[in-house]
Design a protein around this ligand. Structure first.
Ligand code: FES
Length: 393
């Protein structure tokens, strides 16, 4: 390995949270004659403390960001720092509403350099079940359970390089904000461009802070788009993201790394534009934002069924009716059947159940492993039952 590569490797390892501390501890123990046998169980305890399955979080503050968005500042109930995370990751927040136990994943919008709290920026989903409760009814000091930080939507210094573009739609700015703060605190030679698209001018999350940071830092560039009405003072682009505008904004487009986060149609539109710019799919990371809202509009949807049709779901000795257009995980939760879950977007595999009979529609975002497919496993968070089905949890 050349000197340059060795130096790069050392930089990468040193940028991993806790790496230097672990090496120092190892050297200290070796110098005291330890052969590490007395540390039985330490590895497991250390991993559990860094990657806990469950956290208990208290609402320390509630900030109003826009008419449709609030940020909940969550701290650990024991007053200690929270586990480390990578900017871009999410936690899955568990709630119990009207007798239904469910959960929703929210990206952390605060910086990974400050582990005293996780900030969750939550936008009202029209017709949503959980977001109206979190925005309207949650009170200070309320306690929630969540997963630890999860997800692979984050910068990877080995493969992504340091010339990064984040294309955010609406509340997709939450992980972009966390990445921005992490990069501005880093000594690595990052260049970071946020292309931020919204509908309405009075509903743009973090806009003042973003403009201030863009004015203060040469290596951070902000480009704004508004698709609906705008005031005369507005200085950004109007309308949707388009190929001619991106061609101007992104010279040497294929050499950059892209992160895309927004509603599913927005993500698909961005992926299409980037592909037309010659960006390889390996240079684009897309954060899915829940199951598709209108699966019946997807090309592979079976034309003979309508989303409002009802089917029977059989689970062990229980059975219940469910709408075809409702993700299976949601109808399981409404009927008291719990299955572990986290991303609710088809990625993490935690919600998988076995399909014993019948058929479901699984959109392309359901990342089902080949071996799982072979044995009938499906991801219930993005599975839509198109016939009567029987499943095993
Ligand atoms: S909850 Fe992650 S794949 Fe369903």
């Amino acid at each position: 390995m050349s000197g340059n590569n060795l130096e790069l490797e050392a930089n990468v390892f040193n940028s991993v949270v806790g790496f230097r501390e672990a090496v120092t501890k190892k050297e200290e123990m070796e110098s005291n004659g330890s052969n590490f046998k007395e540390q039985k169980g330490l590895v497991r305890r250390t991993i559990n403390s860094l990657h806990p399955k469950r956290l208990r979080l208290r609402v320390k503050n509630i900030r109003i960001d826009t008419p449709s968005t609030k940020t909940l500042v969550m701290v650990s109930v024991d007053g200690k720092n929270l586990p480390p995370f990578q900017a871009g990751q999410y936690i899955n927040l568990f709630v119990s509403l009207s007798g239904v136990s469910t959960a929703r994943p929210y990206s952390i919008s605060s910086s990974p350099t400050d582990l005293s709290s996780y900030e969750l920026t939550i936008k009202r989903a029209e017709g949503g079940f959980v977001s109206p409760y979190l925005l309207d009814d949650v009170e200070m000091d309320q306690v929630f359970e969540s997963t630890g930080p999860m997800g692979s939507f984050h910068h990877n210094p080995l493969f992504h390089g340091f010339d990064l573009v984040f294309i955010a739609g609406g509340s997709g700015i939450a992980p972009a904000m966390s990445m921005l703060k992490a990069m501005l605190a880093s000594s690595e030679p990052f260049r970071y461009h946020i292309i931020y698209s919204n509908s309405y001018e009075n509903d743009v999350i973090f806009i003042d802070e973003l403009r201030d940071l863009a004015a203060a830092h040469d290596r951070f560039l902000l480009t704004e788009f508004l698709s609906r009405e705008t005031s005369t003072e507005y200085k950004g682009y109007r309308g949707r993201l388009s190929l001619p505008v991106l061609q101007t904004l992104l010279p040497n487009a294929p050499s950059k790394m892209y992160y895309v986060c927004g509603p599913t149609p927005f993500n698909e539109h961005c992926a299409q534009l980037l592909s037309e710019l010659g960006v390889k799919s390996g240079r684009i990371l897309i954060e899915s934002n829940g199951p598709p809202k209108m699966p019946e509009r997807m090309p592979a949807w079976p034309k003979s069924v309508l989303p409002e049709d009802e089917v029977t779901i059989k689970v062990g000795n229980n059975s219940f009716q469910a709408k075809v257009g409702e993700p299976l995980l949601n109808s399981l939760e409404r009927n008291g059947c719990f299955t572990e879950n986290a991303c609710r977007s088809g990625e993490c595999s935690l919600c998988r159940v076995k399909l014993k009979s019948g058929e479901v529609f699984s959109p392309p975002e359901a990342k089902i492993r080949k071996s799982d497919k072979k044995f009938g496993w499906i991801h219930s968070c993005v599975a839509f039952p198109t016939t009567d089905i029987e499943i095993q949890l």
